[in-house]
Design a protein around this ligand. Structure first.
Ligand SMILES: *[C@@H]1O[C@H](CO)[C@@H](O)[C@H](O)[C@H]1NC(C)=O
Ligand SMILES: *[C@@H]1O[C@H](CO)[C@@H](O)[C@H](O)[C@H]1NC(C)=O
Length: 239
């Protein structure tokens, strides 16, 4: 969560995150809502023959995250139209990744949900795509819990290659701040030097920052991606 770019509130992004968390609470398989066919107006996943969908989502996340913004993902008959895939981008990405859902279905486009702790900075060509970035997080199960793929530096903007930054926590909501005891011997792998150098202590909460393509924060970067990578106690990974 670099503070280079000014942020704008996105209720949609916040809603996406909270819905994703609710889903996780409700069922780690999401089997209570299996597949997108229940929501008649969402484009219906593979059932509608839309090849832009990667494949049928077997845990129903598309419905839950994107379906009815009234919070009732089970109601497929409300007649609301919503541009699921294109607005918030919650279709499966990176289907080749070795995760529970064969790729990631929990993420946000255009915003940066990451937090400040244990920052790892990766750049092109080591990381050349959002999928490389997520894989880099998967490669660090002991320290990475979320990632952001965006233009985070002047070099990135200049070169046209987004950066990949890995963290172990999320952006905090607006009325929460955490002051790190950077000198504590109990800290492990928090990258205290990085926190200090970025003046990110205390870590002040706020709206989830928007990602931009330029240093002046004028051109929104809808292809920026950030999200969680949850290593579950059963050994599976959700993202
Ligand atoms: C589903 O949505 C429709 C239209 O908004 C509404 O009339 C109906 O009561 C809803 N059904 C449930 C179970 O909430
Ligand atoms: C933070 O708390 C203040 C005081 O209770 C409240 O007025 C404000 O709306 C809160 N801000 C957010 C972002 O919730």
């Amino acid at each position: 969560m670099r503070f280079l770019f000014v942020s704008v509130v996105s209720l949609l992004a916040l809603g996406t995150l909270s819905n994703a968390l609710n889903i996780r609470d409700g069922s780690d398989q999401g089997v209570e809502n299996s597949g997108s066919t229940q929501t008649g107006d969402d484009g219906g996943g593979a059932a509608n023959g839309d090849s832009s969908r990667d494949m049928t989502n077997d845990n129903g996340i598309e419905d839950n995250v994107q379906g009815n913004h009234n919070g009732d993902p089970q109601n497929g008959s409300n007649g609301h139209s919503h541009n699921d895939d294109d607005d918030s981008g919650i279709k499966r990405i990176c289907p080749h990744l070795a995760t529970q859902d064969k790729g990631c279905v929990r993420y946000t486009r255009g915003f940066d949900v990451t937090g400040v702790v244990s920052e790892v900075d990766l750049t092109f060509p080591e990381v050349a795509s959002k999928c490389d970035c997520i894989q880099a997080c998967l490669d660090r199960p002991g320290t990475c819990a979320n990632y952001v793929w965006k233009f985070s530096t002047a070099d990135a903007v200049e070169s046209g290659h987004r950066t990949c930054t890995l963290y172990s926590d999320f952006n905090l909501p607006g009325n929460v701040s955490i002051q790190f005891d950077l000198g504590s011997a109990n800290n492990k792998n928090i990258n205290a030097a990085g926190i200090t150098s970025k003046e990110a202590n205390p870590d002040d909460g706020g709206p989830v920052p928007q990602a931009f393509k330029d240093l002046d924060s004028l051109v929104p970067d809808h292809d920026a991606v950030s999200g969680p990578v949850w290593v579950l106690a059963n050994g599976k990974v959700q993202c």
